[in-house]
Design a protein around this ligand. Structure first.
Ligand code: G3P
Ligand code: MG
Length: 231
């Protein structure tokens, strides 16, 4: 079973750097984090890049849809504090250098679910070095496509609220972890997951007391924007 640190830096380095940037990975490593989460989407050229939204406006000085923007434009944008939008390849290098466990959240643009899942899985299969990452997604279609390419990788199922048939869905792709919104996790779910030996990871937890309460109830790890949360 995958060894999970209790704290996972959300969107690379939480609030220490612009989200989903290499600066965030440097910050996470400097703060002693052992695990990071980031979101991955495909550019118009099919390059896996780190970004959360389908559109560029919130996190960059660009406009339009990520999946319709070519690399030449995408990599010229400012993603905050002079940072560029990183490629998955660039993030992989830093995760390996710092020994970070990566939770790669496959975040497909609408209509690109299978292509994104397959592309990320192929990248990890062929090029990832260092600690094996954990791949997750809200998109069952993306995860299914990833699993078809690389059934040997580690997968986590990601939900806001976990559906009753989560164990069947986990079984379909051999998922080893279950991820859900902290406010939606129930003791009944935690009991089911414990009985099945499946760790539950909750997002996004930015209060230390809330994190400790979740751990006491049986949650394994929390995603946090405060990477000093448990210090
Ligand atoms: O993967 C956990 C968490 O990142 C899911 O929500 O919207 O921050 O990607 P979001
Ligand atoms: Mg995410």
């Amino acid at each position: 079973m995958i060894a999970l640190p209790r704290l996972i830096a959300h969107r690379c380095g939480g609030n220490r750097a612009p989200e989903n940037t290499l600066a965030g990975l440097h910050e996470a490593a400097r703060a002693g984090c052992r695990a990071v989460e980031f979101d991955v989407m495909l550019s118009a050229d099919g390059t896996p890049v780190l970004i959360h939204d389908e559109t560029l406006e919130r996190t960059t000085n660009g406009v339009g849809r990520v999946c319709e923007t070519p690399d030449a434009v995408l990599f010229s944008l400012d993603a905050g504090a002079g940072e560029r939008i990183p490629t998955l390849a660039e993030a992989a290098v830093l995760c390996q250098r710092y020994g970070l466990l990566a939770n790669i959240e496959i975040k497909p643009a609408t209509g690109h679910e299978a292509a994104t899942g397959a592309s990320v899985a192929r990248f990890v299969q062929e090029r990832w070095q260092g600690l094996p990452p954990l791949l997750s997604s809200f998109s069952a279609e993306a995860l299914q496509a990833a699993w078809c390419v690389a059934p040997e990788l580690q997968y986590g199922l990601l939900f806001e609220a976990v559906p009753a048939d989560w164990q069947r869905q986990c079984g379909a792709i051999g998922a080893v972890t279950l991820h859900c919104a902290a406010g939606r996790v129930t003791d009944a779910l935690l009991a089911e997951a414990a009985a099945a030996g499946v760790p539950v990871l909750c997002y996004t937890v930015n209060e230390a007391g809330a994190a400790q309460a979740l751990f006491a109830r049986g949650v394994s790890s929390v995603f946090s924007d405060r990477i000093d949360l448990l210090a």
